[in-house]
Write a protein that binds this ligand. Structure first.
Ligand code: FEO
Length: 396
């Protein structure tokens, strides 16, 4: 059996992208990304999702390699974001009789994006499609990650085609299933993918997880990253924790600094944390750090300490940008400490306090504020902040 035949009659026909530098023109891709598509072959053949359109010819070649000159009868569209749907029009030209299967919202989007209206089959929750020897059913998981998103379940093979759910950044290095790739490389990329792409939709992800748990899933075929078979429990656990916004013990110190004074406060706070054996500790200079990595760790850990200088009577822009990203994702519970600086009129500490109030976050202690340059006098206030974090860790 070819490595691309995941299970008898189920073929991986997706592609790797190691050249795009920004996913959604926003998020870095140091390990690349895969756009996964699958063929399910019974007496009839269904293709589940397509790939980003610049890889359309590779998708076609992969399909030909799997099924030769046989026709594809159906294209099931689980998700309409263009990284999966933008080859639909090309597929239709290659296979003019292919019937496109999607829910009402999907079919509207196909017309809106690609001007395709005919030759479609509308499905609703629980509807089935008999391929002869394999039967697919369709289940809605709206907002994971768009409103039209659904999953396709192949009960006979205990296989879930899950769309973006359970996906991860990271191209596939040769293997396809989780027993064929080095899975440890993907866990942080999965958290980063979740935080950046799906992170706003914790509630819908929880609902999707409830549906998935009712199924005897043996294989998860997501649209990004490895096919999950051995590590399904770990994947579900990561998605469950992140979608409940449940932070693990750990501290993110995220700061920005114009002239290095605020940076010295951050360094001091981190050192004081380490001396109290509080960890893990991740320190990021927001003017230089990859925003997706910072966001990943804000999702992952339960404590966040943010600091920055006052700038034009406001927050320094890199700090404001982080807060905007957090607010947009509605992260509900974090232990929060903050610090700031000013030259002649302070604003950053007050604005960080307002942010904590807006997010209903638990303040760890009074903020640390510094006027003008860093000096040894700041050591005690920084230590007090670190002590407050350590106190929480000890359950004090
Ligand atoms: Fe991979 Fe929401 O698209």
């Amino acid at each position: 059996m070819a490595i691309t035949e995941i299970l008898p009659g189920i073929h991986y026909v997706g592609v790797n992208d190691r050249t795009t530098t920004r996913f959604e023109a926003l998020w870095s891709l140091p390990m690349g990304v895969s756009y996964n598509a699958y063929l399910v072959a019974g007496e009839k053949i269904a293709l589940i999702d397509t790939v980003e359109e610049s890889f359309g010819s590779r998708l076609e070649a992969n399909i030909r390699e799997a099924i030769g000159e046989r026709e594809i009868d159906y294209l099931v569209v689980n998700h309409m974001e263009p990284d999966h749907s933008s080859s639909i029009a090309a597929l239709r030209r290659i296979y003019p009789d292919i019937e496109i299967v999607g829910n009402a919202k999907t079919l509207q989007m196909i017309e809106g994006f690609y001007g395709i209206a005919g030759g479609t089959v509308e499905v609703k929750e629980g509807d089935t499609l008999d391929l002869g020897g394999k039967t697919l059913s369709f289940h809605m998981i709206p907002m994971v990650h768009w409103p039209e998103t659904m999953v396709t379940w192949c009960a006979g093979d205990r296989t879930l085609f899950s769309g973006d759910a359970f996906g991860t950044f990271g191209a596939l290095d040769g293997g396809i299933t989780d027993s064929q790739v080095e899975t440890d490389r993907y866990w942080d990329e999965m958290r980063r993918y979740y935080a950046c792409i799906v992170g706003k939709y914790g509630g819908p992800v929880q609902k999707a997880l409830q549906k998935v748990r009712t199924l005897p899933v043996g294989t998860i075929c997501s649209t990004h990253g490895p096919v999950w078979q051995r590590q399904i429990a770990k994947v579900l656990d990561i998605y469950d924790r992140l979608s409940r916004y449940e932070g693990e013990p750990g501290v993110v110190v995220a700061y920005a600094s114009m002239y290095g004074n605020t940076e010295q406060m951050a360094e001091r706070i981190a050192r004081e944390l380490a001396s109290r054996e509080v960890g893990p500790i991740r320190v990021y200079n927001l003017s230089y750090a990859d925003p997706s990595v910072v966001l990943r760790d804000v999702f992952r850990f339960d404590t966040l300490i943010v600091g920055g200088p006052t700038y034009n009577g406001n927050l320094f822009p890199p700090v404001a940008e982080l807060l905007d990203r957090i607010a947009a994702r509605g992260i509900p519970r974090r232990r929060f400490g903050w610090f700031g600086s000013f030259c002649w009129a302070g604003a950053s500490v007050r604005l960080l306090a307002e942010f904590a109030q807006k997010m209903k976050w638990e303040p760890l202690c009074d903020p640390v504020e510094m006027k003008q340059g860093y000096s040894h006098e700041m050591c005690d206030p920084c230590a007090t902040l670190a002590e407050a974090v350590a106190g929480c860790r000890c359950g004090k």
